[in-house]
Design a protein around this ligand. Structure first.
Ligand code: PLP
Length: 545
């Protein structure tokens, strides 16, 4: 047999499809996994499509779409998005999916790099693989309110970086970037001479924070320095996922190129679907308003239920997704956990890891569902452990000392002076603060961490204005409950309340589990502070607050 193209090997499978297919093989599943509107399409839209079929309106159309649709899109983006464009810059595509592929295909050579959000919509990365380009994830971290850190983004740029993809409102997060964030990203793209692909398919579903279109920002869309491609879609806005109609807005001057690309790829979109979308765009927008109210209400009820149960989530500002932290139960493998949750509890949700490394420990609920199903899905989540963090009591010194030693000895070879130090809880509690995590229900000690007293320092690692923590330990029997994360977050909160500007720590080079935890929380290596004289090789980490 002749061989396949080499890039086919590396196209990653979708971790969401996996759950979806497993769910389909089971009975009684509460399906909250696929991003599919649960509201019906507007009857006038469906009627227009039907009439086109019955009138045999089925000839090829221009590559960019029927003129009525392109003109309707020009008017709609002017009205809803503040984007000034013209029909020659509007390309009707096979959903936003093909719009994305088209834009990425025009902008990326094999080997080029594209910055993609992490967590982010999986198709961004899959497309990069298909094009033999490299997707470089840029982290959206909980501690940064899931907003990109421009300094961190800057460090990811190389001389092969060509494109940054921005997705607001976001799938899977439901986050919406405000105007300064969008402007910051556009300025960043200009500074590094990158193209921007802005995926705005959830543009019409926001709850509080207004949607800002990248192409509406000063200069973009109209000016000389226009570098923004935008993908939109009828799929989510008009509940027409299977109609496959989206549109790509380009900067000016791309028409000849796009005509050829569309001709080669799809020729055009099916005519009745285009006719239907003309009516969707130009007719009453009541169905969009109703759908937004329905998603908003579902999200409000669902977040109230999560709050009540003490389960952490990101407050959704847009789209129809709910991003929920189940790290207390998923033990570092949320893909496996989501599969078990489906098999045992009959609830299908998307594992966060399907959206990138930063999604580990999280799941995505699709809230475009019947409210009862959504609430039942939340009710079936495992009980989160209740953990209290307080200062160690003298009668616990011995137990914490044993636990600290067991925690370190469980993973690493320790002995000599270091082992003595690990055991020295009483001494640490005298000169500093030893905080313990305790299971509120059972009173069991789960772990501990040592902090300096306010205004003091633990070692020379911590400089002026910084808070150093040491000896973070989790009982080997309490692993996977998120205790390490809770203790670290407690340290970050304490640092903030004490006015510190950075949290720092030093650990052994082999403490890889701990390193992974710190990195997932946003800590970065500080090589210049590593290996202090007289100490074993170390790894220092810091997190700017
Ligand atoms: C962020 C994002 N972009 C694009 C798409 C694809 O939409 P379409 O149905 O228009 O191809 C989706 C669908 O889930 C999405 O979530």
């Amino acid at each position: 047999m002749p061989r396949l193209a080499s890039h086919t090997d590396s196209v990653p499978p979708s971790g969401i499809r996996r759950i979806f297919e497993l769910a389909q093989s089971l009975d009684d599943v509460i399906a909250l996994v696929i991003g599919e509107p649960d509201v019906p399409a507007d009857p006038a839209t469906l009627d227009a499509g039907s009439r086109a079929w019955l009138a045999d309106d089925t000839d090829y159309t221009p590559n960019g779409g029927i003129p009525e649709l392109r003109e309707a899109i020009v008017r709609a983006v002017a009205e809803h998005n503040g984007i000034l464009t013209d029909p020659e810059r509007v390309w009707v595509t096979n959903g936003a999916t093909q719009g994305l592929h088209l834009a990425m295909g025009l902008l990326l050579d094999p080997g080029d790099e594209v910055l993609v959000p992490d967590p982010g919509y999986t198709t961004f990365t899959m497309n990069a693989h298909l094009l033999s380009a490299t997707a470089v994830p840029y982290p959206l971290r909980p501690e940064n309110a899931f907003v990109p850190d421009l300094a961190e983004l800057g460090r990811l740029v190389t001389d092969r970086t060509r494109v940054i993809i921005v997705n607001s409102p976001s799938n899977p997060l439901g986050a919406v970037f405000d105007r300064p964030t969008m402007q910051g990203l556009l300025d960043f793209a200009r500074e590094h001479d990158l193209w921007v692909i802005s995926d705005e398919v959830y543009e019409r579903f926001t709850y509080g924070t207004a949607h800002v279109s990248m192409a509406s920002l000063a200069g973009a869309g109209t000016g000389d320095d226009d570098r923004v491609f935008t993908v939109f879609s009828a799929s989510k806005t008009y509940a027409l996922t299977g109609a496959r109609v989206g549109w790509l807005l380009t900067p000016s001057g791309f028409a000849p190129l796009l005509r050829s690309a569309q001709e080669a790829m799809i020729s055009c979109i099916n005519t009745p679907a285009q006719r239907a979308v003309v009516v969707a765009l130009t007719g009453s927008q009541q169905s969009v308003t109703d759908a937004a109210a329905h998603y908003r209400e579902n999200l409000a009820e669902a977040t109230a239920a999560l709050r009540e149960r003490g389960i952490r989530y990101l407050d959704p500002a847009g789209a129809f997704y709910l991003w929920v932290d189940v790290s207390y139960a998923s033990r570092g493998d949320v893909a496996e956990w989501a599969e078990r949750f489906l098999l045992e509890q009959r609830v299908a949700v998307a594992p966060g890891s399907a959206f990138g490394r930063m999604g580990e420990g999280w799941i995505r609920f699709c809230a475009a569902a019947a409210l009862d199903d959504l609430l039942e899905g939340i009710r079936r989540l495992p009980e989160p452990p209740r953990t209290e963090i307080r200062l160690v009591r003298p009668d616990e010194y011995e137990a914490v000392s044993r636990q600290r030693f067991a925690a370190y000895a469980h993973d690493y070879e320790i002995g000599g002076e270091y082992a003595e130090n690990v055991r020295a809880v009483e001494m640490h509690a005298t000169v500093a603060e030893v905080w313990v995590a305790v299971d509120s229900a059972t009173g069991d000690l789960l772990g501990s961490v040592t902090l300096p007293r306010p205004g003091e320092a633990l070692t020379e690692l911590g400089r002026e204005g910084e808070l150093e923590f040491r000896l973070l330990a989790v009982d080997p029997g309490a692993r996977g409950r998120g205790v390490g994360r809770q203790l670290t977050e407690f340290v970050l909160d304490t640092a903030r309340s004490r006015g510190a500007t950075r949290v720092v720590m030093n650990s052994g080079t082999d403490m890889v589990v701990a390193h992974r935890l710190y990195e997932s929380l946003g800590f970065a290596r500080m090589p210049e502070r590593e290996n202090p004289p007289g100490v074993e090789p170390t790894r220092a980490y810091g997190l700017d607050l």
